[in-house]
Design a protein around this ligand. Sequence first.
Ligand code: HZT
Ligand code: MN
Ligand code: MN
Length: 416
Amino acid sequence: MDEVVVVPQNHVDAEEDGEDGEEDAPEAAGTGAKKKKKKKPKKKAAKTEQQSEPPRVGLSKIFPDGNYPEGELEDYRDDNAWRTTSEEMRYNERMIMQDPEQTYNNIRKAAEVHRQVRQYARKVIKPGMSMIDIADTIENGTRALVEENGLESGVGFPTGLSRNHCAAHYSPNGGDTQILQQGDVMKVDFGVHVKGRILDSAFTLTFDHTYDKLLEAVRAATNTGVREAGIDARLGEIAGAIQETMESYEVEINGKLIPVKAIENLSGHSINPYQIHGGKSVCLVKNNDQTKMEEGEYFAIETFGSTGRGRVVESGEVSHYAKMVDAPRIPLRLTTAKSLLKSINKNFGTLPFCRRYLDRVGESKYLLALNHLVAQGIVQDYPPLCDAPGSMTAQFEHTLLLRPTRKEVLSRGDDY
Ligand code: HZT
Ligand code: MN
Ligand code: MN
């Protein structure tokens, strides 16, 4: 268990103890866009507090004016280039920023939480740690920084810690004893939400260099997807561009060259308030989907590369669940299922949850009831998704927003 950390009151600003070779100040700016030089100590930003280690300082303390950093901005191209300077589009955005339900500050706060939590996660996650300790590290950081408050703000979905041939949707259940290994390729996929705006972003961790090329392929493929996304962009064409980037890479394993494959049955997705899958899917292989991205939509652009078949199947014990957004409202005869559903409604609504989250809100011996809710079509289960045993899979994922004036890559950081 983590201890509560006292916030340092008289912190030394990194700019003041200007020793060369020092780490940068911890306030991770969203992008490289406004990177500040630290040569000349200029007027300091009036920051009252800085982040602690482990991260436990709520972001409203670090950004007291309530304005969170913008993500990486990208102008639209070609037929949409006019949008960036359009007076009408800029007016639309001012209106959106004034509406507390619509303002980009919600998702930007979630994005800043993600950057700060993952910066710490990248530093402390090491082989030998248990999967439960890793999940707790990420989730305790998220809950503190986002200032968790019922359904108003908190964890966006279960922390995915899928390893090796498993690509997605493994999170440890209570009692899991698995330990992270030196040779593992682990996808760290976690979510943060503020007023239902879900920030969904993922990266891949390795502890030696064997799979560097695999990670490079997937990082590049995700960046291709981010670049090709835009208002009126067709989902099938984005997929083709992702596949082309991914499959231009190969990785050498034991002296053998293995082509990197885009996993054909995984996809990115649009995101609606309190709904992780908003209805549109961005596949990773070329297809004829003519569906277009539209103004105002949020998208999780995620790609997965594999040294195996490039196809996943459901495998292993389920951890992830979510109440269906259009769940049938049927009378439940099983009283344990009825009571569990009440607890799900109260604690998660339609946000995805996992068995550990049921444990922590005081539920126990709920498996029969939970399976009943799944069988009734009220709750959906999301089993782990794995390629062939012995293969390796990697993932990178960003959340972006198609603003009227330009694209904003919310989750971009200095790491990916
Ligand atoms: C489902 C359950 C969760 C959405 C993608 C994803 C993690 O594979 C349409 C396209 C969290 C997320 C999701 F608990 N899934 N992103 N990050 N998993 S998905 C999907 O089910 S549905 C992709
Ligand atoms: Mn994700
Ligand atoms: Mn996603």
